[in-house]
Design a protein around this ligand. Structure first.
Ligand code: AMP
Length: 430
């Protein structure tokens, strides 16, 4: 996704390009449009994810329009736990705002002489970046007017709480207008920071980025290159016949292919069913119920339908098609390895899917190992990346794959019969 698609004004887009950024990071892609729309945000993103630009670019965009309130006070307030971070945020504001006219950025940090800060606060301030303790000192001496404050950013909120700033934060927030937009960034949104976050925001949109990096250590992730849909079916068949598979979810890009893959799996002898948005709620509930009760071995789902599925016996997630957005990869594989268990995520990529694979690896900051099943090697070499080493075969597999009855365009090579007619609902018992 290019920066231009995020809706930033030309002066900011120019500054971003001058900084050498070619495309937004995941937290930027998720947060910037929502922030521009005026939504409150709760973002779990660690440092290094590009989070500063994620809040600063939309804040600067707001400053392009003049305030209707007559005051010299800040229109944007960024609270940070440390001086170092405050200075970094100040530099970022100056860098990204350099082609905007009259954006005045002031930082108010502990350890700096008061007279200098008093002078800075006398003139108009657009963006105020501050550590909580020193800001409170200036508030108490009546030097800060929040009458025109539009955006409050709490950066690294978890660290601010760890450092004992909770009361200071509450005091600052209480002094700001209720009409403000509140944006909170934190490495985690669990525990006390989550409670604070919910109290300070209204209908906040939640964005989880840090999870992409930190979770899923308990999930083994592998990648297979496949020549076509039939090849993918044969690979999935290979895995599903392993004794280590309890239950599995197969993700497809479209509702139609969810139906087709489910039908193909049924014809190959698996208790499989599709789950997607064209099914009514009753059908969806029944299918999910069958999965939970263990009547189904495989659920073939689209991204939206699979959100929130929490079945602890799902041992495997297959990406029949790679997700369009790298963030969805994280959501998908998170359907396995739940409640402290281990899981296996198997992604099937076409030879030209290298770019998507790279995006996923960038988001999760880990390389996905490429596996090859002996006898099921891809004929078409993947662009710019070679397979490395054979897959670990599940134990007791025996004759791992034999040609079976197939279904339509997904039939495994060698299949003799056509896809049987049937509805994509739960079929058969395991
Ligand atoms: P942050 O997480 O805000 O501390 O940013 C980490 C680093 O990523 C900083 O050095 C930023 O300059 C850089 N950065 C932020 N956004 C992008 C982007 N879209 N493309 C490349 N680098 C970026």
């Amino acid at each position: 996704m290019p920066f231009a698609a995020l809706g930033l004004c030309p002066a900011i887009a120019k500054a971003v390009a001058a900084a050498g950024y070619t495309e937004p990071t995941p937290v930027q892609a998720a947060a910037i449009p929502a922030a521009l729309a005026g939504q409150d945000l709760l973002v779990s993103a660690q440092t290094g994810t590009g989070k500063t630009a994620a809040f600063m670019l939309p804040a600067l965009a707001r400053l392009a329009n003049p305030s209707e309130v007559r005051s010299y006070g800040p229109r944007v307030l960024v609270l940070t736990p440390t001086r170092e971070l405050a200075l970094q945020v100040t530099r970022a504001a100056e860098t990204y705002g350099k082609f905007l006219r009259r954006v005045r950025v002031v930082s108010i940090l502990g350890g700096m002489p008061y007279p200098v800060q008093n002078r800075l606060l006398k003139g108009p301030v657009d963006i105020l970046v501050a550590t909580p303790g020193r800001l409170i000192d200036h508030m108490r001496s009546g030097r800060i007017d929040f009458a025109r404050l539009e955006i409050l950013v709490l950066d690294e909120a978890d660290r601010m709480l760890d450092m004992g700033f909770i009361e200071d934060i509450e005091t600052v927030v209480a002094a700001t207008p209720a009409s403000r937009q509140t944006v909170l960034f934190s490495a985690t949104l669990d525990g006390s920071v989550g409670t604070l976050a919910r109290r300070l925001t209204r209908d906040a949109r939640r964005i989880d980025i840090s999870n992409a990096r930190t979770r899923h250590e308990n999930i083994e992730q592998v990648l297979h290159y496949a020549d076509d849909q039939r090849h993918k079916m044969r690979l999935i068949d290979h895995y599903l016949r392993g004794v280590d598979v309890d239950q599995a979810i197969v993700f497809t890009a479209t509702k139609r292919s969810a139906d087709e893959v489910a039908d193909a799996l049924v014809s190959q002898g698996f208790a499989a069913a599709a789950l997607h948005g064209d099914m009514n709620q009753g059908q969806r509930n029944r299918t999910l119920g069958n999965m939970r009760r263990g009547n189904l071995k495989v659920l073939v789902a689209t991204d939206v339908a699979a959100r929130g599925i929490d079945v602890q016996t799902i041992t495997h997630v297959f990406n029949f098609d790679l997700p369009r957005a790298a963030e969805d990869y994280v959501h998908r594989i998170g359907r396995t390895g739940r409640a402290g268990r281990c899981g296996i995520a198997v992604s099937l990529a076409g030879a030209r899917d290298h770019g998507q694979v790279r995006q996923i690896e960038r988001l999760t900051t880990r390389a996905i190992r490429v596996h090859v099943v002996p006898g099921l090697e891809p004929r078409i070499a993947p662009t710019r990346r070679a397979p490395a080493g054979p897959t670990r075969r599940p134990p007791n597999r025996g004759a791992a794959f034999a040609p079976r009855q197939g279904a339509g365009r997904f039939a495994a090579a060698g299949a003799k019969t056509a896809r049987p007619a049937g509805k994509p609902t739960a079929r058969g018992a395991r």
